[in-house]
Design a protein around this ligand. Sequence first.
Ligand SMILES: [Fe+2]
Ligand SMILES: [Fe+2]
Length: 298
Amino acid sequence: MQQPFRILHFSDIHVGALVRHMGWKRWFSKRGIGAINLLRGRASFFDEVESKMAAMVRFKEEQQIDMVINTGDYTALGLEHELSLARELVAPMMYPPQRYLTVPGNHDIYVHEGNSHYRFAAHFCSVLQNDLPEYCRGGHFPLVRLVGEDIAVIALNSAKPNPWPWRSDGHIPTVQLDAFAQMLEDDRLKERLLLIMTHYAPRLANGEPDKKLHGLHNADDFLALCSRIEKGAILFGHIHKTYRVDIAETKIPLYCAGSATMEGYEGAWVYEIYNGTLSAKRLYWDGSSYSFEPLCRL
Ligand SMILES: [Fe+2]
Ligand SMILES: [Fe+2]
């Protein structure tokens, strides 16, 4: 019997660099406030990121995962050192490179530095190859990966630097949405099951839009395009809570991976695609490994 195609989707691992890696000038920016938050304790929620990523690598190997999707926020402050460490931790899952897909999160391009997007791309260039590069509109996105005869993944970049500390919102540039609309008419994609991935959540777990300063600005425009899709799913992160939500605007479900590493909130998804149908199993952290069974806390 033919096996289902298995996809691991995780997100928001938030590798935190030691603050001493920051130059003094960066204290006078959003990074300074981010660093103070780290010192005040946010970082402690992600203390075990290295051992958890080692466990994720083991899970991937033991569970015969065919493809891996990561929806961004690899880092806390978008520092070179953090990106480098994050890349090192996920590298064992990036083989073959055609079977690893990713987008940056807002934390990966934390503030305007001219080179923020390029820095992310430099670390992840080996997995940013595009099967339909004619739709690419600047940077590497939209990025399409054709998987066998029946599946395609479309990655849209919704992350942008947020210079103001009280903002962590995003948007999908109009040129990317226009390209996405054209893709949906492309015969090479029409009959496939489509997985649409981006960093920001188009809807919260209750089906409502996220707050203006934290959400995806043009979520409605994005979902209007997704409403044309008959089979597939919309995959994202940003919200540190693992959930599935079905909404009236689309025929396909929305899956938030949450954070794979945030203590007490760890989660991820494994999708199985078989005969054109997608089913999903939630992943939990049991203290030493990821499994499909929630840890029973007495
Ligand atoms: Fe995050
Ligand atoms: Fe985020």
